[in-house]
Design a protein around this ligand. Structure first.
Ligand code: GLA
Length: 502
């Protein structure tokens, strides 16, 4: 008798419920209204544990997000939630008893959650459980001989974001050929995020309606003497919210190979909420690396986890041929310069077969001056960075073509020695970088990071050469006096030289 009456009385005075009793009411499974909106909230579980309370918030994007620092009191639970992104502090969430349900509020990434949840059953809990997928045992993949020089090509993201389609990709391929960019070395046509549809009954990923026939598309691109790339994530969702490869890693690798792809960019995205330690992230990348190898098709593997966890020290071991060293570039001088001068990875990790990737090019997208784009190209070339065009190559100005097709710049980027250049002098806003080249010459780049023109002086001893016999001004496209030591650089400008001792 008392057993039924007491909870009833307490329910009637729910808002003023004593902490102890309300706590019991908080325990259980709570169901969010279903929505495909980020982060795909499914359910919340709260339970007393020997040392306090514990719980999870289950989502489509991140699986089970653990509640941390759970505090129970005054008819509510307070706890911290984070999505695994190291740049964001954990956020405070509350779940307050309201009638027969709970009112849940808190923030995750850029979304504010404000939801009414209702009590669920054990059957609901089973139905909404997030199926976890196993990671492989640690292994070290052997070099496969691909990417002897930094990969070059084009990628859809910087210019088209998720609004990419079959027709645009074909037209880009056509124009890579007709503009001469293919013959200058830009070989990959990479579809970034936004191609994915849903999974079929067999679990196989299918493209969305903008990509009616992937096999026909890869065949078309191949027929132009080009290679083609695709994109996925080790997490359940990609950064733009499309289906990721979580739980389907081997199957997706086989699908990509069967479609005829030659390149995969694998972007951590929602995986950051699931793979929470550096070791787990590494295994998640290894899993796809092994899966790509198992297809038997040569596929360039591009790791994109924003340069965390010292990826340059293990990127090769998981089968990677390039690894991002930074968050996303923007078409602004400040963004490009911050990455190009300071987030280009450890030069010791780069070399034939594996490259630091400071992100794709913005040249030709309109947000920087010609001098700034020349600085962008000079920085990427001196650092042996992959050169992935990020502009619409169907509509390029002659100056953009000249920046992108300069054979002497590309020769520095693609130098077979594969040594990444380094900063050899910094004097306020003046910087000098140098890169040793296979033929014994040295590429030297002078940079003016300031907003007014200035002179920069080169000292022979800085170059690592004992004498300079020939001096070639790469952007001028002409030899210069080997005894010249001073250049006047425009604001945000660069001079790129090739110096030879013979
Ligand atoms: C991340 C990557 C970008 C791009 C987008 C796609 O932000 O860093 O390069 O691939 O995802 O959603």
């Amino acid at each position: 008798m008392t057993r039924t009456i007491i909870p009833l009385l307490l329910a009637l005075t729910a808002t003023a419920a004593p902490a102890g009793r309300a706590a019991t009411d908080l325990a259980g499974v709570w169901l969010f209204p279903r929505s495909d909106e980020f982060p795909g909230l499914r359910m919340m579980r709260l339970a007393p544990a020997p040392d306090g309370w514990s719980g999870t918030v289950t989502t489509d994007w991140y699986g089970d997000l653990p509640m941390r620092a759970v505090e129970i009191g005054k008819g509510e639970a307070r706890f911290l939630i984070d999505n695994g992104n190291p740049r964001l502090p954990p956020r405070q969430w509350t779940a307050r008893i309201e009638g027969r349900g709970l009112h849940v509020s808190g923030d995750i990434w850029e979304r504010h959650v404000d939801a009414r949840v209702r009590r669920g059953t054990a059957a609901d809990e089973r139905r909404l459980a997030f199926a976890t997928a196993p990671l492989p045992a640690p292994a070290t993949l052997k070099p496969d001989g691909l990417a002897a020089t930094p990969p070059m090509g084009w990628s859809s993201w910087n210019r088209f974001a998720a609004a990419i389609d079959d027709r645009t990709v074909r037209e880009i391929a056509d124009h890579l050929v007709s503009s001469g960019l293919r013959d200058a070395g830009y070989r990959f046509v990479n579809i970034d995020d936004g191609w994915q549809g849903t999974r079929g009954p067999d679990g196989a990923i299918r493209p969305n309606a903008r990509f009616p026939d992937m096999k026909a598309l890869t065949a078309y691109v191949h027929s132009k003497g080009l290679k083609i790339g695709i994109y996925s994530s080790p997490g359940p969702r990609t950064c733009a919210g499309f289906a990721g490869s979580y739980g389907h890693v081997e199957q997706d690798a086989r699908t990509f190979a069967a479609w005829g792809f030659d390149y995969l960019k694998y972007d951590l995205c929602s995986g950051e909420g699931i793979f929470r330690t550096a070791a787990q992230v590494k295994l998640a990348y290894q899993q796809m690396g092994q899966a790509l190898r198992a297809t038997g098709r040569p596929i360039i593997y591009s790791l994109c986890q924003y340069g965390r966890d010292r990826v340059g020290t293990w990127g090769r071991d998981v089968g990677g041929h390039l690894w991002r060293t930074t968050g996303d570039i923007e078409d602004k001088y400040a963004s490009m310069a911050a990455i190009g001068f300071d987030r280009n990875g450890d030069a010791d990790n780069a070399g034939p077969g594996g490259w630091n990737d400071p992100d794709m090019l913005e040249v030709g997208n309109g947000g920087m001056s010609e001098d700034e784009y020349r600085t962008h190209m000079s920085l990427w070339a001196i650092q042996a960075a992959p050169l992935m065009l990020g502009n619409d190559v169907r509509t390029m100005s002659p100056s953009t073509i000249a920046l992108l097709e300069n054979r002497d710049v590309i020769a520095i980027d693609q130098d077979p020695l594969g040594r990444q250049g380094r900063r050899i002098r910094k004097d306020g806003e003046a910087e000098i970088w140098a890169r040793p080249l296979a033929d014994g010459s040295v590429a030297v780049a002078l940079f003016n990071r300031g907003t007014s023109p200035r002179d920069i002086q080169l000292r022979v001893e800085d170059t690592g050469l004992s004498r300079i016999a020939t001096l070639f001004d790469v952007w001028a496209g002409a030899p210069d006096n080997p005894d010249r030591r001073t250049w006047t650089l425009s604001a945000h400008g660069a001079v790129l030289l090739r110096l030879s001792p013979r």
